[in-house]
Design a protein around this ligand. Structure first.
Ligand code: MRU
Length: 352
């Protein structure tokens, strides 16, 4: 696929709709290359989500919403008044691209609802306006999450983060990294320790790239070093994002988050989950019901495209885990902060 270099790339400018096409900053190539790929069909967008061109729960929801616009355009051209039934196939294809992040299904359900009853000649323009609203609302939510999360942090503090829950993983600004950015702007944050996040290295490649552009001091940790750093006694908070939060406050996030939460509790380090309410799935009673994506073992057996493991070794590669609510000190959403989350507190938050 052709790489586009005429769009200015930045973490806050990674999903771009221009001239009737969707452009995605190819996150697989960062930080070595910051180039965009162009998309004109819903199925190519679904492949881009599955292949990690774009990743991060809110970002894949927003991308899928734009993918639904591309699908609607083609279905109207194909079937005129009968476009909706065919469009449903696109929505299902997009929803199946990755299973764990509920933002994907959330954004597509919103597009589906909005599409019902639209006249074919208005469908593309109206659906595009809805996708752009989803995108803008996510950025606004992240800014609020940033303020609320930063207010919990007493400076000067060091924090550990895992994976990338930054601008790249969202519509812009970031969730966990939104908290980091806000805390840094308020003079409360000294340094971010970023887990490298095997096997895709979202921490080493993406989180470090984002933070350095804001001149936020960042030190990488091998994933296995986080507990030892906590034992030093200079970490105040772990701040992470989420792919899905169940009704009881159990949190699915990048594999390794659960271990981090266990280590944090042992060392008296506080544990914050920053996520928009589009990441809450109140239909699932607990994290046990969250579908966990298991990717190709080959991702684990090597690094940077080169196989490193002994030939013949198998690999188990679940890419998310579930942290029980009892290990979470705070869930920070754009609607408010829930301390020591449980089913009642989260239901109250969503009712408010
Ligand atoms: O596999 P990824 O890179 O899509 O996993 C992303 C994460 O686990 C993020 O922490 C999560 O989606 C929150 S992004 C704001």
């Amino acid at each position: 696929m052709e790489e586009i270099d005429h769009i200015q790339a930045s973490p806050d400018h990674a999903i771009v709709w221009r001239g009737g096409r969707l452009y995605l900053l190819d996150q697989r190539a960062l930080p070595e290359r910051a180039g965009f790929l162009a998309f004109e069909t819903a199925s190519a967008v679904a492949d881009a989500i599955a292949d990690m061109v774009v990743r991060g729960a809110p970002a894949i929801g927003i991308t899928a919403a734009y993918g639904a616009v591309l699908g609607a355009r083609a279905r109207v051209a194909e079937a005129g008044d009968d476009w909706l039934d065919l469009w449903e196939e696109d929505l299902e294809l997009l929803a199946d691209a990755r299973p764990t992040a509920v933002n994907l299904g959330w954004a597509l359900a919103r597009m589906r609802r909005f599409g019902q009853g639209l006249a074919p000649q208005r469908a593309e323009a109206e659906l595009l306006a809805e996708a752009e609203r989803i995108h803008r609302e996510d950025i606004a939510a992240n800014r609020r999450i940033g303020q609320l999360g930063a207010a919990l942090i007493e400076g000067p503090a060091n924090v550990i983060t895992h994976c990338n829950a930054g601008a790249l993983a969202t519509g812009g600004y970031g969730t966990a990294l939104g908290v980091v950015r806000s805390a840094f702007a308020a003079g409360k944050l000294e340094r971010v320790f970023a887990d490298e996040t095997r096997p895709w290295l979202q921490g080493a490649r993406l989180t470090a790239w984002e933070l350095l552009q804001d001149q936020i001091p960042v030190t990488l940790l091998a994933d296995a070093a986080a507990a030892s750093r906590m034992a030093w006694g200079d970490i105040a908070w772990v701040v992470v994002g989420a792919d899905r939060i169940a009704a009881n406050g159990d949190v699915a996030n990048k594999i390794g988050t659960y271990g981090l939460a266990l280590a944090a509790r042992h060392h008296g380090v506080r544990f914050m989950v920053a996520a928009p309410t589009s990441t809450l799935d109140l239909e699932l009673a607990s994290g046990a019901q969250i579908p966990i994506e298991c990717r190709d073992g080959a991702e684990l057996l090597g690094c940077g495209g080169r196989t490193l493991a002994a030939p013949g070794a198998g690999a188990w590669n679940p890419v998310f885990d579930v942290t029980p609510a009892e290990l979470v000190d705070a869930i920070v959403t754009e609607k408010g902060v829930v301390l020591s989350p449980d089913t009642k507190k989260l239901a109250d938050l969503m009712r408010a």
